[in-house]
Design a protein around this ligand. Structure first.
Ligand code: BEZ
Length: 219
C-alpha cells in the first residue's frame, strides 16, 4: 500500500502525548497543523530541531498553525528530554505536544518510518518526516529527511506562507519566494480572467517561446 502523501486525509488516530491522549482531528480542530517526527529522544540533531520548532512557535501561531511532534519513545522519556531541549535552546518553551509511539503503530500509518534506521533492539525508527496538514485534515505538503540531516525551520515557515497564500488566491509561489515578494498567476487562469481577478495588474515576462505563461502579480 503506498504511504500517506499529499492530498490524503490524515487518519483520525488516537495518540498518547505529553499533553494527554487525544484524537488527531480533535487536535487539528479544522486548522493548519504541522506534524513532524524525530528518530529518537536524547539524540543530538533531534534536540536541536525540537528547540528550533519551539523557538519558531510564536511565528507559527501568528499564522494559525499548530505543532505536533512525534518520537517513538514513551511519554516519560519525552518529558525528561524536553528539559534538555529547553536548556540547549535558551528561552524556548516546548509548548506543543509530542506523541509517544513505542509500538511504532502510529508512525507507520503516518508514513514516518525510516527504513534505514533501527534502534539497538532492531526496532524501526521514525525518519524526519514533516506533513503540513490543512484545515480539511488533508496533507498539503510533505518533506522527508534522513536522520542525519536536520531540517531548516525557515523553509518550513516559507512553505506554510506559500500554502496559505496559494489556498487564498489562484497563484503559485516561484523558486526561493519569500512572504511579501511577487507571486505568479496560475497557468489555469486565462489573461482575460486574470485582469478581473488581479485588478492591481500583472507583469508578463517576455520569453523566447513567445508564450505568455510567466505572469507576476502582488497579492
Ligand atoms: C540525531 O538526532 O542526531 C540522530 C538520530 C538518529 C540517527 C542519527 C542522528
Amino acid at each position: 500500500m503506498p504511504g500517506l502523501t499529499i492530498g490524503d486525509t490524515v487518519p483520525n488516530l488516537e495518540v498518547e502525548t505529553t499533553h494527554g491522549t487525544f484524537k488527531l482531528h480533535d487536535y487539528f480542530n479544522n486548522g493548519w497543523t504541522i506534524i513532524f517526527s524525530h528518530p529518537s529522544d536524547f539524540t543530538p540533531v533531534c534536540t536541536t530541531e525540537l528547540g528550533k520548532m519551539a523557538a519558531y512557535l510564536p511565528e507559527f501561531e501568528k499564522r494559525g498553525v499548530k505543532l505536533l511532534g512525534f518520537s517513538c519513545d514513551d511519554v516519560q522519556s519525552h518529558k525528561e528530554w524536553i528539559k534538555d531541549v529547553e536548556a540547549y535552546t535558551p528561552g524556548c518553551k516546548v509548548a506543543y505536544p509530542i506523541v509517544a509511539d513505542p509500538k511504532r503503530g502510529i508512525i507507520k500509518q503516518l508514513n514516518m518510518v525510516d527504513p534505514n534506521e533501527k534502534d539497538s533492539s532492531g526496532n524501526e525508527l521514525p525518519s524526519r518526516a514533516l506533513h503540513i496538514v490543512g484545515s480539511d485534515n488533508k496533507i498539503k505538503l510533505s518533506i522527508l529527511y534522513p536522520a542525519t540531516t536536520g531540517r531548516n525551520m525557515d523553509e518550513v515557515m516559507r512553505a506554510v506562507d506559500s500554502l496559505q497564500k496559494t489556498s487564498q488566491y489562484k497563484v503559485a509561489t516561484p523558486a526561493n519566494w519569500k512572504q511579501g515578494e511577487p507571486v505568479v498567476i496560475s497557468p489555469s487562469v486565462p489573461n482575460e480572467e486574470a485582469k478581473k481577478m488581479f485588478p492591481q495588474g500583472f507583469e508578463t515576462k517576455n520569453l523566447p517561446s513567445g508564450k505568455d505563461y510567466l505572469r507576476f502579480t502582488n497579492v
